[in-house]
Ligand binder design. Structure first.
Ligand code: TTP
Ligand code: MG
Length: 390
């Protein structure tokens, strides 16, 4: 049996816990610009139809009394660590999949802690006792159904899908709920009259493969209750990104450069904190008409300095033909490796960035000042004029 644990309204719940004035109130975690988007909404705010990714102005239209709370991602990351440590007391097989969710394989734990439902109750109680936070837990024989189950009775619920119930749940499961099925696939599915996971039964695996590629095979397996993915215990972040919705649309390259530099610094700092180097840099641009593009490239070497990330981001940016003004700009890095891991001398393996010692010590000094006094305390001189745009 697999458990999927997902914290309830994670960022908002932490803020409500830490500030009694916010409890039982509709709150959203978001930047304070009019054009920011909601990262999470408390369940009180959700009653008004407010949800993640909704622009803040819309959230305010839906509920005039909604309280806007600026986020603190370091605090949330610290809570996340504590949660994962509590869960690990119940089983060694824990796979963290995001800041607030994890799969747990409880094979062999039942003698020690009881039935799957009892284990779920114990985990919920342990998290609440230590951190005053609630979560929802799904229990199922396979990972993907455990994840779906954890969403069925939110907040603060436990949902158990037994082996015998799997076929029934799959038969009626809306295809939109299946992890990995995106908007494009949904359109094609609608044409093929596929509305639930069970509807896939009548299709041959070859046809699904042809229509949906690799995902077709996986969906075919899932529709038969087979999920071959195992619990992967070595959690590591797969990507780090930073982005801002600007207070005013921009088209000026100078301002875009400043923003790319600021995001490269934030991303670089997080990367160095994780003691990682990366091999892929991406940018994200949302235009004034809300259309969005991402561009990414593999770097020639493994990098971690803010300046190298910035150079890659800028070269990506300069290749974009800008026909509209920009509303949001972001930088991301992915394809990580431990900074201290030896590089194999293979032809295809890129070399480590030749670190410029002077810049490395600047990065280190800036990182530690930010760590101690907050990110507003130090900035590049060229970024100082940026503030009015973000
Ligand atoms: P979720 O688990 O998707 O959402 P949630 O924990 O706020 O609410 P629930 O699980 O009860 O439905 O995401 C976990 C956290 O990740 C969330 O608190 C904030 C952050 N997040 C964003 O920053 N942006 C987003 O678009 C989403 C969906 C989440
Ligand atoms: Mg959650």
């Amino acid at each position: 049996m697999i458990l999927h644990i997902d914290m309830d309204a994670f960022f908002a719940a932490i803020e409500q816990r830490d500030n009694p004035a916010l409890r039982n109130k509709p709150i959203i975690i978001a930047g304070d610009s009019k054009r920011s988007v909601v990262s999470t909404a408390s369940y009180e705010a959700r009653k008004f139809g407010i949800h993640s990714a909704m622009p803040v102005f819309q959230a305010k239209q839906r509920c005039a009394k909604v309280i806007l709370v600026p986020g603190n991602r370091y605090k949330y990351a610290a809570e996340s660590k504590k949660i994962m440590a509590i869960i690990s007391d119940f089983s060694p097989l824990v796979e963290q999949v995001s800041i607030d969710e994890a799969y747990v394989d409880i094979q062999g734990c039942e003698k020690l802690f009881g039935s799957p439902e009892v284990i779920a109750q114990k985990i919920k109680a342990a998290i609440f006792k230590e951190l005053f936070l609630t979560c929802s837990i799904g229990i199922a024989p396979v990972k993907f159904l455990a994840k779906i189950a954890s969403d069925m009775d939110k907040p603060n619920g436990i949902t158990f899908i037994s082996k015998h119930e799997m076929a029934r749940v799959i038969k009626d499961l809306p295809i939109a709920k299946v992890p990995g099925v995106g908007k494009q696939a949904m359109k094609l599915m609608a044409i093929l009259q596929i509305h639930t996971l069970g509807d896939l039964h009548k299709y041959d695996i070859c046809l699904l493969n042809k229509k949906f590629g690799k995902m077709g095979k996986r969906l075919h397996e899932l529709s038969h209750g087979k999920d071959l993915s195992r619990i992967e215990t070595n959690y590591s972040r797969k990507s780090i990104s930073s982005e801002t919705t600007l207070s005013k649309d921009i088209s000026d390259l100078k301002i875009a450069r400043q923003l790319l530099l600021a995001h490269s610094q934030r991303v670089g700092r997080d990367l160095r904190k994780e003691k990682m180097i990366c091999h892929n840099v991406s940018i994200k641009i949302k235009f004034s008409d809300f259309t969005q593009i991402t561009r990414s490239k593999q770097t020639d070497s493994w990098i971690c300095s803010s300046s190298a990330i910035f150079n890659e981001a800028l070269s990506l940016y300069e290749k974009v033909v800008l026909k509209k003004k920009i509303r949001l700009l972001g930088v991301g890095v992915s394809h990580f490796m431990d900074k201290n891991a030896p590089i194999q001398m293979e032809l295809l393996c890129p070399p480590k960035e030749k670190i410029n010692k002077k810049w490395e010590s600047v990065d280190m000094a800036v990182d530690s000042i930010m760590e101690k006094f907050g990110s507003g305390m130090i900035t590049k001189a060229s970024l100082n004029k940026r503030k009015k745009h973000v």
